[in-house]
Design a binder for this molecule. Structure first.
Ligand code: GRF
Length: 230
């Protein structure tokens, strides 16, 4: 049985596409049941259409439908259930989720963030990191909890900043690595190889696969390491 996921996105959707492509390539035991998008005209909508994945557009600014965040999130919950998804994958979703939403999918909401959390949470993490002058940028896949960009970490990639790097060049490299670590994290979940410790720690354990070869990365540091296909 594949992992049935709903992707929620607000923007371009390159991470959405990376996940779908890994599914099509046969590396990811995931079924992308639906894309939910909250921004009319966002690039991710065309990507979903190109792959024939159902897209539900819920415009959070439509006050005739949504009087508050709870009613908006309730509409998302209904759409996710209607399409048979039980895991939620945030891929560039630029809004906070309500406790009501998180309670509907307990421990089943993931996010990707373009910094090494807990450094530089929030909407402009990558730009904030660069403005701070960090020498190592990165990306994090984590479980979602109520506080912004705060849940337990599943995988992180660290990317050295080179002289002459700009926000554009760093963003591009972060995106490249995001497109590998997010599908990898999903595959660990889909194959039952991720354990979230119940001892009040934030520890996530990834169990090694029987026959999986771990791939070395020379241009960046990824932990836990990526496996074949990612
Ligand atoms: C990514 O950099 C992700 O880390 C952040 O939003 C961006 C989404 O990019 N949460 P895309 O829409 O998937 O191209």
């Amino acid at each position: 049985m594949p992992l049935n996921i709903a992707v929620i996105a607000s923007g371009d959707g390159s991470n959405f596409q990376a996940i779908v492509e890994k599914v099509h390539a046969g590396f990811l035991d995931v079924a992308v049941r639906v894309l939910i998008c909250n921004r009319p005209g966002a690039g991710v909508i065309a990507r979903a259409q190109a792959f024939g994945i159902p897209c539900v557009l819920l415009d959070h600014e439509d006050k005739s439908r949504f009087s508050d965040r709870v009613s908006f999130d309730q509409a998302m919950i209904e759409a996710i259930r209607q399409y048979g998804a039980d895991w939620v994958v945030l891929a560039g979703y630029m809004r906070l989720l309500t406790p009501e939403f998180l309670n509907a999918f307990p421990d089943r909401v993931l996010n990707i963030h373009p910094t090494l959390l807990p450094s530089f949470p929030g909407l402009h993490g990558c730009a904030d990191a660069l403005a701070y002058g960090v020498k190592i940028a990165g990306a994090t896949v984590h479980f979602v909890e109520e506080a912004v960009d705060s849940g337990p970490v599943i995988i992180q990639a660290a990317i050295p900043i080179a002289p002459g790097d700009t926000l554009g060049s760093i963003t591009r490299r972060i995106h490249e690595i995001e497109h590998r670590i997010y599908p990898q994290a999903l595959q660990w979940i889909a194959t039952g190889r991720l354990t979230r410790m119940r001892d009040n720690s934030r520890t996530i354990v990834i169990h090694p696969a029987m026959h999986s070869r771990v791939y070395e990365e020379s241009r960046c540091l990824i932990s836990p390491p990526l496996e074949e296909g990612f």
